[in-house]
Each structure stands twice: as C-alpha cells, then as structure tokens.
Design a protein around this ligand. Sequence first.
Ligand code: ASP
Length: 282
Amino acid sequence: NLRGEQIASVGSQAMHDSVWLKLAHRINELAKRSDVDGIVITHGTDTEGETGYFLQLTVKTTKPVVLVGAMRSATALSADGPLNLYNGIVVAANKTSADRGVLVAMNDYIYSARDVTKTNTTNVSTFQAPNTGPLGVVMDGKVEYYHRIIRKHTHETVFDVTGVNSLPKVDILYGYANTNPVLVDALVKDRVAGIVIAGVGNGNLYPTVEAKVKQITRQGIMVVRSNRTGSGRVLLNAETDDSALGTIAADDLNPQKARILLQLALLKTKDPKQIQQMFFEY
Ligand code: ASP
C-alpha cells in the first residue's frame, strides 16, 4: 500500500537546513509506525546526495529509506523519473534493504547515500559513488545487493536531531591556484562555526590560506580539509600537517558531505579530536 505526502516543493538547488530537519523529523515519526514498512523520497537531483547523507546520519530506523530523482523531465523522450520512482519503491519494499542506511536508487543502481554524488550535469548516469561503487542493482522488479556499508549510519550514529530546529553555520571554501585568502576573512566575519576547504590534491591549502587557517583554528573555528578532485581520501597528517594547523581531515567525504558531518558534529562537541574521530567513523 502506497501513501504520499509533501514535505516541501522546491528545486533542490534551493534545499536548506530547515527542510532537512523537517524531513528527518517526519521520517523518524513515520518509521516508528507499524503500518510503515519503508519510505521513498522524491527529490531534485542537484542536492539529492547531500539530503541523503544528512538523513543517513539522523534518521533512527532500520526500515529502508530510499531517495529517488529524475534527470529528464516527465515530458522528455525516455523520461527516467517513472522507472526511478518504481525502482525506489521496489527497493524500499524489499526486506533485504533493511538496515543498510539511507539508499539512493537511480538508473537501476542502489547506492549508499554516504557515497553517492551527482557527477554529470545532465546525463542519466550522473549518480556515481566514485570511491566505493554501488551497493546493488534494481532491475525488472528485483533487488540484488553485492556490498554492505561499514561506516556507522542511522540508528548507530550519535546524532539525534529531535527538538533541533537549526544547524551550526558551516561553509565551503574552494581551493585553486593562487586562492584569495580574503575568502577566509569573509567567512570568519560572517561568524561561521566551521569551514570545509575543497583543497587541491590531497586536500592541500594555498600558503596564505594555510596561514589564516592556523590562526582561526586557535580561535575555535573548526576547519575540515576535503578535496576538489571528485574522488579519493584526504589523509590526516600526510602532505599537510594537520597537527600543526589544528585541521581535521575529511577522509573520503566530498566537501558538501563533509559540511553536513561537521554541522552535525558541532551539535555534539567543539573538540577537533573528537570530530576527527567522527570523520573516521561516519
Ligand atoms: N535542479 C533540479 C533539482 O535538483 C534538477 C532536477 O530536478 O533533478 O531540483
């Protein structure tokens, strides 16, 4: 039996923290009900991976929660939305989908919301998990899993957003040759609690940015080093000396996912060591 309700109606380029919180609160209510076996969320594709990871860390259930989207409009030739929606429902209704964290079903593949990201502006195969690949496939009404997520998710996390109505302010700074360090000042002036840097290569920082980062971490602003390459891990204390800078390595989370984890981590602690540990656990 299918039942639908609307949480928000926005292009996902307009997604913001309050919709994420509303969605997490509603899923947590619904998942407790004995007449709900699973939940499917239709979502714009632009920020589908981000919403998925937010829910992956904040919904408390073993029931399947599956996000779906469409790359082509409903009136396009070979529109992909109807089949993606059908596949999402098939995945959510399947008992083997339980306790795998939040899932994203797109283009016949099933991904962990932690790992998946939009990699192409327009193509139907845009959703990829560059570091891990998909967890399984959904095809002809059948679901087959090949992998299981190991990182902690849903009911295993310490993040509980019950009663939480806003999230700490965390922004992303893009790294490039000759990065303008004034960008750091602008974010500090805007009173951010944390900054994620989409660093070059192994999350490296331009020297003048690095110097500013060293100062602001001493003032208690959390700085996480992610990377702009699109795949791979940022290693702690490898090429960049995190111990000297007071920075946190994002492991294999891309900048937009690292931002979400940092926002949630800051609800729990301001200790960079504990937050670093969370980046290895989630
Ligand atoms: N910009 C749209 C959105 O993310 C694209 C889509 O519908 O997938 O909402």
